[in-house]
Design a protein around this ligand. Structure first.
Ligand SMILES: Nc1nc2c(c(=O)[nH]1)N[C@H]1C(S)=C(S)[C@@H](COP(=O)(O)OP(=O)(O)OC[C@H]3O[C@@H](n4cnc5c(=O)[nH]c(N)nc54)[C@H](O)[C@@H]3O)O[C@H]1N2
Ligand SMILES: Nc1nc2c(c(=O)[nH]1)N[C@H]1C(S)=C(S)[C@@H](COP(=O)(O)OP(=O)(O)OC[C@H]3O[C@@H](n4cnc5c(=O)[nH]c(N)nc54)[C@H](O)[C@@H]3O)O[C@H]1N2
Ligand SMILES: [Mo]
Length: 708
């Protein structure tokens, strides 16, 4: 979302710099922005549809491609039923307006229960908790770092990630420094002393997956010290009396032992946080992609609420985006357990099933078996737990289409790849991420270059497939005619039309008044650096989506997961053999790049990013030297990576970046393949998930590490 200034000569990009006048980012950018230049000119980026014929890829016309994709997908549903077709979107949908706008129609028109996204290897436990506490899965809490006096963060590494669920305009670490400068405190809880630690006041190692216990320790202390006070929100909270009893069984001494953080520190942090003028407790993927993702996210909300920091400056606040997607679509609020998966009976959340079960849905015969696959914007082979199994599964499909600009580890399993135009060849408005705004603002970017003809955006590709699919699925000539007419009419709907209407009828909109100064697409076009719409403002209880307009501080379903936490940590019910697997592996992001940007030469050059971080004592015990290749084995398999010895790792925990492993045959990505690394998800376990939410567990996977 950072504003970038692209200097070009009409065809070639000459430079990419931070846009100093951008309302949000004020000139800050990270390396990834600059890397876009390489992606733009990468000869491996696909420009035309390709089809696999006898194992070879051949270019085909767009018309043939659309026709065949629509026919194949329709045939599968005609023959085997709706659920025989699965859909999947990865992360490149999130900052991609055209792709994003296809999610809803794809769900409606394909109508399959086999709907999957990268959310369930990511942030879904946040959405789950917001749904049960606030009544809407996207009523997202955003840390108001600008005004806070005390920032407790767990399982997030903002120096590298820029903070994740807060649209921050890069250089988030500057905000940490600013908190300290004004006399505040920043506390980091992470099994690794990360790149962010040096911008914090203190860092504590924590044993992977024990954060829920740590948070319970804080909550118990806040109550026992008489510091629990929800302030202004008190009358709008229900089930307050159920909270303390639900955690009564957990003892501080046992929590200290399990987490590795002393009782004194837990108590001190709790008292400091609760006594600060303003404070905020935030955690991201280290908390959501672990065994207790749901509990962690609930307990974080509880900490913020009982210290009076929910919907308060310096605490958790809420964005008020120019296009309010929360008000737009009613069924986007969330749903739970309205259907279950065929093979293992997993519950849906928000009309999605956990991506971890996709392989079994493809590989298990029987009625409703997945045979067709529509995939877009994700490289699941590297990003899903047990990606190797997922690759085997994709090979068993009758038909797979990928909407993706690259022939990579995932799309190589497709029958047809439909590549959207480049990132500078389509317009952009960050519809989804504005719900995570740290300031309220809006910006629109027109396309910079004209694509090679014909050149279709994600939106145009997917809507065309849907149009033809609908005609092919229609069961009578009359229905076909209707589908054709509706299809033609739907061509009048463009991304720009949706944006203009969304902006005009949003909270800052001009409506249809030509004299209004309110927002419209025209106004955004006239303000290329963005339009500032104000600091976050208090909005509760009005903004709550619960029927009774109350926050449920102890949702029964979530509270009922506490016995699992207890038996995992205190009764040895963790489901793996500790003598065999004596270490835990966690992930890290790569600072300069991310998955699909491994195609950028300037981002991947230099020494390999794909090293196994290990504590010196653990290395010595195993006779491992720095830079030596080690074998890492889990219940799912083995990989090898060079060891990087560092006391930044907690004992018993090792760390590898994810999204690497460009060592598969049959891809077309010379830059990435020249810097392969290994895929951590070759050894993560798709069978282990957060039982409450169904989210994948990629942090804290039990492994053994041995000398080769
Ligand atoms: N450069 C770069 N930036 C990115 C991305 C990228 O790939 N590269 N990806 C983007 C995306 S899609 C996302 S979702 C965000 C993610 O943003 P963040 O969540 O901030 O990402 P991570 O750096 O993975 O932070 C997770 C942290 O959790 C820690 N951790 C692991 N297990 C545990 C545990 O059990 N307890 C605790 N307390 N900590 C644990 C890890 O050591 C790590 O430091 O980043 C975004 N930004
Ligand atoms: N072990 C482990 N696993 C993880 C994580 C972890 O920390 N550790 N992190 C998880 C998280 S937070 C995330 S978000 C996922 C990320 O995993 P993925 O969602 O798989 O993300 P990428 O690997 O970046 O793949 C993005 C895909 O989008 C394609 N693409 C790029 N631009 C466009 C476009 O404009 N349109 C379309 N249609 N496609 C495009 C790329 O070619 C690529 O195929 O991984 C998850 N998996
Ligand atoms: Mo993510």
């Amino acid at each position: 979302m950072c504003g970038i200034a692209v200097e070009h000569d009409g065809e070639n990009i000459l430079s990419i710099k931070g846009d100093a006048d951008n309302v949000l980012s004020k000139g800050n950018i990270c390396a990834k922005a600059v890397g876009l230049q390489d992606i733009h000119v990468d000869p491996d980026r696909l420009k035309k549809p390709i089809k696999k014929v006898d194992g070879e890829w051949v270019e085909i016309s767009w018309d043939d491609a659309f026709e065949e994709v629509a026919q194949q997908l329709a045939d599968i549903q005609n023959k085997y039923g709706k659920n025989a077709l699965a859909t999947y979107y990865g992360r490149s949908v999130a900052h991609n307006i055209g792709a994003l706008l296809t999610v809803h129609p794809v769900r409606r028109i394909f109508g399959t229960e086999n709907t999957y996204t990268g959310s369930t290897v990511d942030q879904q436990p946040h959405n789950f908790v917001w749904y049960f506490m606030f009544g809407h899965q996207f009523l997202s809490t955003i840390p108001n770092l600008k005004n806070t006096d005390y920032y407790l963060m767990l399982g997030t590494n903002p120096k590298v990630s820029n903070g994740a669920q807060m649209a921050t305009g890069a250089h988030t670490y500057k905000k940490l420094t600013a908190i300290k400068k004004r006399g505040g405190k920043v506390v980091l809880i992470d099994p690794r002393r990360t790149e962010s630690a040096k911008y914090c006041s203190e860092h504590h190692f924590i044993k992977p997956a024990s954060d829920a216990l740590f948070l319970i320790g804080l909550i118990k202390t806040i109550f026992s010290e008489g510091l629990a006070d929800a302030g202004r929100l008190k009358p709008h909270i229900k089930n307050w009396d159920k909270l303390e009893p639900s955690i009564a069984d957990f003892k501080l001494s046992e929590i200290a032992e399990a987490t590795g953080i002393s009782e004194t520190d837990i108590k001190r942090i709790a008292i400091e946080l609760a006594s600060a003028n303003s404070a905020v407790c935030y955690g991201r993927t280290g908390l959501s992609m672990q065994t207790f993702g749901g509990l962690c996210n609930w307990l974080m909300m509880v900490v913020n609420i009982i210290t009076g920091n929910m919907d308060e400056p310096g605490g958790m606040m809420f964005a008020k985006p120019a296009i309010d997607i929360l008000e737009g679509i009613d069924d986007a609020r969330g749903t739970y357990d309205t259907f279950r998966s065929r093979v293992s009976g997993r519950k849906e959340f928000a009309q999605e099933l956990p991506v971890s079960i996709l392989a079994e849905e493809i590989m298990t015969p029987g009625e409703g078996q997945v045979r067709g696959f529509f995939a877009s914007a994700g490289n699941g082979a590297l990003s899903m737990p047990n990606g190797k199994l997922f690759e085997e599964a994709m090979d068993q499909l009758n038909f797979m289409v990928s909407v993706d600009p690259y022939l990579n580890e995932t799309t190589r399993h497709a029958n047809i790849i439909l590549p959207p135009v480049g990132h500078f060849e389509k317009s952009h408005y960050d519809m989804f991420y504005h719900t995570y705004d740290t300031i309220n603002w809006a910006t629109y970017h027109p396309p910079l270059f004209t694509p090679e003809a014909p050149g279709y955006t994600d939106f145009e590709i997917v809507t065309e497939v849907l149009r033809r699919f609908t005609v092919k699925r229609a069961t009578s000539p009359l229905k076909k005619l209707r589908a054709r007419i509706l299809g033609s009419l739907s061509k009048l709907i463009s991304v720009e039309l949706i944006l203009d209407l969304g902006l005009r009828f949003g909270p800052y909109g001009a409506k249809l008044n030509p004299f209004s100064d309110g927002l419209s697409l025209k106004k955004l076009k006239a303000n290329p650096h963005g339009v500032f719409l104000g600091e976050p403002e208090q909005c509760l209880p009005e903004r709550l989506f619960t029927e009774d307009k109350k926050i449920d501080i102890a949702p029964e379903l979530i509270v009922n997961d506490l016995p699992r936490l207890k038996s995992y940590w205190f009764d040895g019910q963790h489901g793996y053999d500790e003598t065999e697997y004596d270490m835990k592996i966690i992930s890290r992001l790569t600072e300069r790049t991310l998955g699909w940007m491994h195609h950028s030469k300037r981002l991947v050059r230099g020494k390999t990013a794909c090293t196994l971080l290990m504590n010196p004592d653990d290395a010595r015990d195993r006779g491992l030297e720095d830079a030596e290749e080690a074998m890492i084995t889990s219940a799912a398999g083995s990989i090898q990576a060079p060891v990087e010895i560092t006391d930044a790792m907690m004992r018993g925990v090792v760390c590898l970046p994810h999204a690497w492993g460009h060592n598969r045959e049959g891809t077309r990505q010379r830059v990435a393949n020249a810097h392969p690394g290994v895929s951590l998800n070759d050894i993560t376990n798709e069978k282990v998930m957060d039982e409450l939410t169904g989210n994948a567990v990629v942090h804290g996977v039990p492994v053994k590490v041995t000398k080769i």
